[in-house]
Design a protein around this ligand. Structure first.
Ligand code: FMN
Length: 330
């Protein structure tokens, strides 16, 4: 077998693309290892970066790791590598979430490779979006893309959407009233100049977007009950376009699949000129999460709500240096 060996610079650049992935509160709960003799990347969940109150089962943590895995697969495909990916390859080690082995002969997956420019262009946009609808054929393509990664994407009917928005508002209200939730949010948000300029994780205040003064959009307000100096207010879209991503089961491997599906369709959306933000407050409450299920089929486990549309791009947020999350072994 003739497999091109990546140089150390290649490995660093590939992992640099992986860590551009979204994660809950930008906690970046991952570590990578490249085993040169096995030509294998290993991805580990970093439970020291878990959010025990907001995400007690580490479901969101796995979704973030799944997104980083998808970015790694895109970067490898773009570099021309053909890979074999295994989820949770060691039953005895739940932190070992994926192994990606370079195999040959063959070239990278062209569909994945075409998404590469979007890896660094994609950012969460918490700004108001235009009201113009996402074309039906693009909705269909996004749905098919999610399915290729083992997840289902559904755009709810107008009345179900209103119900979802109510659940988002209700979850947001209860989060604001909950001291433990407020504490965890404050821990992962940066609202004063030194922390915004020097932190390499968490959500900086410049990424909060404007405070909502009207409209129906489902956008998490990272300021919580705090005042952010100089923050603008805005009216959000009256009819946000929300899609619900779900999986058939609800185990760690399903969360990893959901994360890959989410990132793949966010990259595709970026390529198609859309912007997006993620919404998970109702998913963080077990009693509310099940109410998000499709009322017609009643099937599936909701994993993520995505708000998509045309609008301003979001700003780039910080990431920890690759040297902090990568070990290269001989
Ligand atoms: C599992 C998960 C849950 C998230 N929940 C929310 C959310 O409720 N509201 C929100 O605005 N962003 C949410 N995000 C997006 C993160 O805040 C965002 O990815 C992170 O701050 C990094 O910024 P970026 O997406 O611009 O790279 C979530 C991301 C993940 C992976």
């Amino acid at each position: 077998m003739n497999v091109r060996t990546p140089s150390d610079e290649d490995v660093i650049s590939l992992v640099g693309d992986a860590v551009a992935a979204p994660s809950l509160h930008n906690a970046q709960p991952w570590r990578f290892r490249y085993l040169r003799h096995l030509r294998t990347f290993e991805l580990y969940a970093d439970f020291d970066r878990a959010l025990p109150y907001t995400d007690p089962r580490a479901r969101s943590l796995h979704i973030g790791c799944g997104a980083a895995l998808l970015n790694l697969r895109v970067a490898l495909a773009h570099g021309g590598w053909h890979v074999r990916t295994r989820l949770l390859p060691d039953a005895a080690d739940p932190t070992f979430v994926a192994a990606v082995r370079l195999v040959g002969p063959g070239t990278g997956d062209a569909d994945l490779a075409s998404l590469h420019p979007a890896v660094t262009e994609r950012h969460s946009s918490r700004f108001p979006f235009d009201e113009d609808p996402i074309p039906d054929d693009l909705r269909t393509t996004l749905t098919e893309t999610a399915r290729r990664e083992g997840a289902e994407l559904a755009f709810p009917s107008p009345w179900h959407l209103q119900y979802l928005l109510e659940l988002v508002r209700e979850a947001e209200t209860s989060e604001r009233a909950d001291p433990a939730a407020r504490r965890e949010l404050a821990e992962w948000t940066r609202t004063d100049a030194p922390s915004v300029n020097f932190a390499d994780d968490g959500v900086p205040d410049y990424a909060f977007g404007p405070a909502r003064s009207g409209g129906g959009a489902a956008v998490r307000d990272f300021a919580g009950t705090r005042q952010v100096t100089g923050r603008a207010t805005a009216v959000f879209e009256a009819e946000p376009q929300i899609a619900c991503l779900s999986t058939t089961h609800d185990r760690p491997e399903d969360w990893l699949r959901a994360g890959q599906a989410m990132e793949r369709l966010l990259l595709l959306a970026t390529t198609e000129g859309l912007v997006g933000s993620l919404v998970t407050q109702p998913l963080e409450r077990p009693d509310v999460r099940w109410l998000l299920r499709d009322p017609v089929t009643g099937a599936g486990h909701p994993q993520m709500l995505l708000r998509l549309g045309h609008g301003p791009k979001g700003p780039r947020t910080p990431r920890r240096p690759v040297s902090e999350v990568l070990d290269i072994w001989p």
